[in-house]
Design a protein around this ligand. Sequence first.
Ligand code: GLN
Length: 389
Amino acid sequence: MSTIQLSSRVGLFTESVIRDMTRLAIGYDAINLAQGFPDFGAPDELKEAAISAIRADHNQYAITWGAQELRDAIAKRAQEFNNISVDPNREVTVTCGATEAMMASMLALINPGDEVVIFEPFYENYGPDAAVSGAVPRFVPLDPDDFSIDEDALKSAFNNKTKAIVVNTPNNPSGKVFTKRDMKLIADLCHDYNAVAITDEIYEHIIYDGKKHISLASLDDMHNRTITIGGISKTYSVTGWRIGYTIANEELTDGIRKIHDFLTVGAPAPLQHAAAEALAYPDLYYSGLVEMYDRKRHMLFDALTSAGFKCILPEGAYYILADISELAGGMDDVEFAKYLVKEVGVASVPGSSFYTDTEIGKTKVRFTFSKQDSTLQEAAERLESLNNG
Ligand code: GLN
């Protein structure tokens, strides 16, 4: 046995359960509705743009905080879509995915012991992000029936140690889209407690039933206390490219850039050039994306409800958090998710990945519908066996 001890930091969290479920799905040849990535191709013109960028020899480091043309494209899009005025030279940092953006933001902002407010259920990365940066997370449960914010619970989570709040809308895993009223409440609390909002807006374009995405930074006075995180992974179906970004005022951006510089130097240069083209796609591209995911949302929702899961139709993003109480026959979420992979041939993510409250987490699993219609169809047929088994 080695005498070398790892840092106490790595003992604070486990490896990603989402990515573990992908490995399990591969091992059992199950349909992977666990990890949120498309099993269909990226847009052809985007692939061509990447190939052209490599041929044009954009193959060396880009400027650490992002290729100029990508930062310009991000600033333009932020103005037009998010209603945020952005200086591309001082307020944008291109990162290796939204994942690095969140970690770099927390490392730039947090001192050990500072508190970070996180709604529950939450995307699993936020736990390790908080742990690595030394933050003390304060989890605020959303209403289990419709994932709405409990105003009193949120207010009581803020105190003089609160440094930041993580706001992920449209939400992974719940599909919740926060309303203007929700955002106003969060903004007021950030003002009252001098806190920063770190917003994860990676699903900003995947939003249904005519709902509008609201960026917190577009609200009065929030520009200076918001780190807006976005990325191209989900909108353009290129999760493996690892291109994300932060938008924040100069002071916050200076800190984020320092951390980013020493973490990764920069995101892949040729893909940054291609990403700049993607950000300039016409409105038709985005309405097509919504139409496609809306169809898939209904396909998976119908399949799950007919198999006996209880779920809420998501308002945005591409996940359904399903209640397994009626189906699991005494199994908890982890046991049931393993059973689904091995016996039914469908992979999901155990609910406990998204909850600190184990009583709630153990009654849920999350499925993604970011898959081809034929994949969802096959999954529906397999899940139907739960009714007969
Ligand atoms: N965001 C995706 C999900 O929740 C992928 C997570 C990841 O592996 N980076 O499934």
